[in-house]
Design a protein around this ligand. Structure first.
Ligand code: GLU
Length: 571
């Protein structure tokens, strides 16, 4: 079955003409490229990436060009005012590394910063808009760090496509138009009102031309002056002014906070799945640990029980997810502040012990966190918020360098305030708004200089020889972990090409009711899952935005999530 599907995908791919073939309708079965590929959330952004690859750029160069365009055409999801994680496979050393451009809390942050009167946490909705939720943006410094090590083209060259588009304008895409229209909550925030609504109050519609000269100007400065031009000087001053004078929830970020921002290169988190090996992002993301745990538990079951969309697959994945999400909520935070028992959580025997808690016939209900075999503090699990505004791209260049990068302003339109043509993130609301729960500290409590916990999971899978096999990631807040785990299992055990795996109806369990995305497959599963003890919530349209690439004989096939505007292109 697995081979047949892949074979079919390849036959279809090979029957398409070259160079143009990889442009695809989202979800199309198998765009194919021989030597290089870009999968990203917007066609204009993907074009900029491919332009860099064609000019001899590396995957990192292409990622920078893609990011700069995304900040213009998909500003609700990511941009230079936000943060990101980039996973990178270096074909020369056959090593995987990761870059951490997660936002950092300013020196003025306090554990109780999101508590309201009476010491109760404010709702996330109340805490998001304005200046208080803004973390020190990390994208620009992280990309510069990656470029110094892995870039080939001059830094300034990578900004050209975005500058041109920002000056000349581009037709608003379906997702941006949909987002503006649906974003009634922030419609009165002055920056959003001024930029995305007409004077008569009607929202900018799909196809209308949108220009952003201020953004072009910011990009010119960064192109010329490097990250320094973002973290000091005019742009930094504008960020500080905006945070201090936000229409609501003013914050205390300073010029010093910005000037001190330092991105990090980190060891990724890796683990086995059957004969494969996968790497993903480690703390301060919970994504890598949770995905390695979920797959580590599932490998106890034969692939025949993990065929995409079958009752056994959905049930088993829900159980493994419950256990992983329980550990995530309790143990993971910024490793500079809490001793995260990474080794213990990834310990083979520990994971096998957790897998033994799975009953193949019955839902276990709310899972409790385990007791990993490594020293850890007594902590209370945090409560997970929802809502998301994030983007994922994955790129492979001619040399075989692969990047998987998840990038975010956190919620839709971030903190809903703009500076010099870009949105500021609200990533500090990714902290547990409660610093203490049930008398115990929470690993992910706010603190000055701390990075909030993330679920972003840029993931790369290797074949049994250690060669690149596939790369994937998604937006979706805490649900990212579930989206990525489902897609990886569907590609590995189900043998589905990326486009099909990505388009599958979602089933998730975040250690709460089992969440089914409305679809005929899930309508059929619902009563069967209920009969196994699952409480089920049905949602219309999950917020995944997966982009993936898979190595196949003679090249690559890719997939883009039909839930967003993404494409896969290549040569
Ligand atoms: N800020 C979230 C995180 O880092 C991601 C939000 C989203 O995916 O929309 O986990």
């Amino acid at each position: 079955m697995r081979c047949a599907r892949l074979f079919l995908a390849l036959v279809l791919a090979a029957s398409l003409p070259f160079n143009t073939i990889a442009r695809t309708a989202p979800g199309f079965v198998a765009p194919f490229a021989k030597s290089q590929m870009v999968a990203a959330a917007n066609p204009l952004a993907a074009d900029a990436g491919l332009e860099m690859l064609r000019a001899g750029g590396s995957a990192v160069d292409a990622a920078i060009a893609v990011q700069m365009v995304l900040g213009l055409v998909e500003p609700e999801s990511s941009g230079i005012g936000g943060g990101a994680f980039m996973l990178l496979f270096d074909p020369k050393t056959k090593k995987t590394t990761s870059f951490d451009g997660r936002e950092v809390a300013p020196a003025s942050a306090r554990p109780d910063m999101f508590l309201g009167s009476g010491g109760k946490p404010r709702t996330k909705m109340e805490a998001i808009p304005g200046g208080l939720s803004v973390g020190i943006p990390g994208v620009v410094a992280m990309l510069e760090m990656a470029h110094r090590k892995y870039g080939k083209l001059p830094w300034a060259r990578l900004f050209q496509p975005a500058i041109k588009l920002a000056d000349n304008g581009f037709p608003v895409g379906p997702k941006l138009a949909r987002t503006i229209k649906g974003f009634t909550r922030g419609a009165n925030m002055p920056d959003i009102k001024a930029r995305f609504y007409h004077p008569d109050g009607t929202p900018l519609a799909q196809g209308e031309i949108y220009r952003n000269a201020e953004y072009a100007d910011s990009l010119r400065k960064i192109a010329r002056g490097g990250a320094r031009a973002f973290y000091t000087g005019e742009i930094a001053q504008a960020i500080v002014d905006k945070v201090h004078n936000a229409p609501v929830n003013q914050g205390g970020m300073t010029l010093e906070d910005l000037a001190n921002f330092t991105p990090l290169e980190r060891e990724p988190v890796c683990g086995p799945y059957r004969a494969w090996r996968l790497c993903s992002m480690g703390p301060p993301s919970s994504g890598g640990i949770a995905i390695v745990q979920i797959l580590g538990m599932l490998q106890r079951f034969p692939a025949s029980q993990l065929q995409p969309g079958t009752l056994s697959e959905v049930h088993l994945r829900a159980q493994a997810s419950r256990l992983a999400y329980a550990d995530r909520a309790k143990f993971v935070g910024d490793p500079a502040f809490v001793k995260v028992p990474v080794k213990g959580l990834l310990d083979k025997d520990y994971i096998a012990g957790r897998a033994a808690l799975i009953d193949p016939a019955k839902d276990m209900g709310t899972a409790a966190a385990g007791n990993p075999p490594e020293k850890h503090a007594a902590l209370s699990p945090q409560r997970s918020p929802v809502l998301h505004g994030t983007s994922h791209m994955t790129i492979v260049d001619k040399t075989g360098q692969v990047i998987a990068m998840t990038t975010s302003v956190e919620s839709v339109f971030g903190a809903e305030v703009m500076v010099k043509g870009f949105f500021l993130n609200n990533t500090l609301t990714d902290f547990s708004l409660d610093p203490v729960l049930d008398g115990l500290p929470v690993a992910n409590a706010p603190a000055p200089g701390k990075r909030p916990l993330s679920a972003m999971s840029p993931t790369i899978v290797f074949d049994p020889n250690g060669d690149f096999l596939l790369s994937v990631g998604s937006p979706g807040g805490p649900a990212i972990i579930g989206y990525v785990a489902q897609t990886v299992v569907a590609m590995l055990d189900g043998g589905l090409p990326p486009g099909e795996a990505i388009a599958l109806p979602r089933q998730l369990n975040l250690n709460s009711p089992t969440r089914l995305e409305r679809s005929p497959t899930n309508d059929a599963l619902e009563p069967q899952l209920k009969a196994m003890g699952h409480t089920v919530t049905v949602v219309t349209g999950e917020g995944s935005g997966l982009h993936g690439i898979r190595k196949v004989k003679g090249g690559y096939i890719g997939g883009a999530d039909p839930r967003r505007d993404g494409v896969v292109i290549g040569d």
